[in-house]
Design a protein around this ligand. Structure first.
Ligand SMILES: [Zn+2]
Length: 245
């Protein structure tokens, strides 16, 4: 169904496409990658990461990326989720971002990665970023995406009907919305983010098109924007930029 003719998935190589929540032909029918997953892979490829031996912490591990990471760095790859029972693979371990941040080792990971996870986490985002940034090596990358929506930030950790959660946050199991109108006062107050994001910094037009990432998802701030951050981009810490070697 749908999908760009001749395009293939840059994660698994398939050229079968399916629909996703009304977005025609954007989901890889083989590994389930979405536009944003394939954009993340283009960014990783351009940065030439991860490398064999790297320590990788991957939240809500997308199947295609998980298989790729496990191939590249089998000994260092840690796929985690709040609910490991959602995954057919048994190597996904339980991790609760609202409480388990402090269990992470300091200066350990070469890559920390999560896509559309933070809208599900019912705790202060500064807590989450504090521990993820602490756990990142000075040379590491923290790469993530969140659903960015029009309007203002909102969050609520109390009980909420599905209807109310959909109305306020866009999905029944979301606890916050990342509003574009005040992004500098929530996400942007915690971590330095590139508001002028462009996927063209990481790949050329032909490559991006070939991997079926729609034109609307390539530049600016939206739900497929790939935030590439370093330890020193965490604004509530005092991390120094590593010396250039
Ligand atoms: Zn795929």
């Amino acid at each position: 169904m749908g999908g760009k003719v001749g395009a293939n998935c840059n994660i698994c190589g398939s050229n079968d496409w399916a629909d996703m929540n009304g977005r025609s032909g954007v989901r890889c029918a083989s590994c389930n990658s979405l536009e944003r997953t394939r954009a993340i892979k283009l960014v990783l490829d351009r940065l030439n990461i991860p490398k064999p031996g790297d320590y990788i912490l991957h939240f809500a591990p997308e199947r295609g990326l998980a298989e790729y990471f496990a191939r590249v760095s089998p000994g260092g790859y840690a796929p985690v989720d709040f609910d490991p029972s959602l995954y057919s693979k048994t190597d996904v371990t339980k991790f609760d971002l609202t409480t388990d941040g402090e269990s992470l080792p300091s200066d350990h990971y070469d890559l920390i990665i999560h896509s559309h996870v933070l809208e599900h986490v019912p705790c202060n985002l500064a807590y989450v970023f504090h521990h993820l940034s602490r756990a990142l090596k000075a040379t590491g990358y923290h790469i993530f995406s969140v659903p960015l929506m029009r309007g203002h930030y909102d969050e609520y950790f109390g009980p909420l009907s599905s209807e109310e959660a959909v109305r306020r946050f866009g999905q029944h199991d979301h606890v916050r919305r990342f509003g574009l109108a005040d992004i500098s006062r929530h996400l942007g107050a915690i971590v330095r983010i590139n508001k002028n994001y462009s996927l063209y910094e990481y790949a050329d037009e032909e490559t991006i098109s070939h991997h079926n990432i729609p034109a609307s998802q390539r530049s600016g701030l939206h739900s497929s924007t790939v935030f590439v951050t370093r330890k020193q981009d965490y604004l509530l810490g005092e991390y120094e930029r590593p010396a250039v070697s």
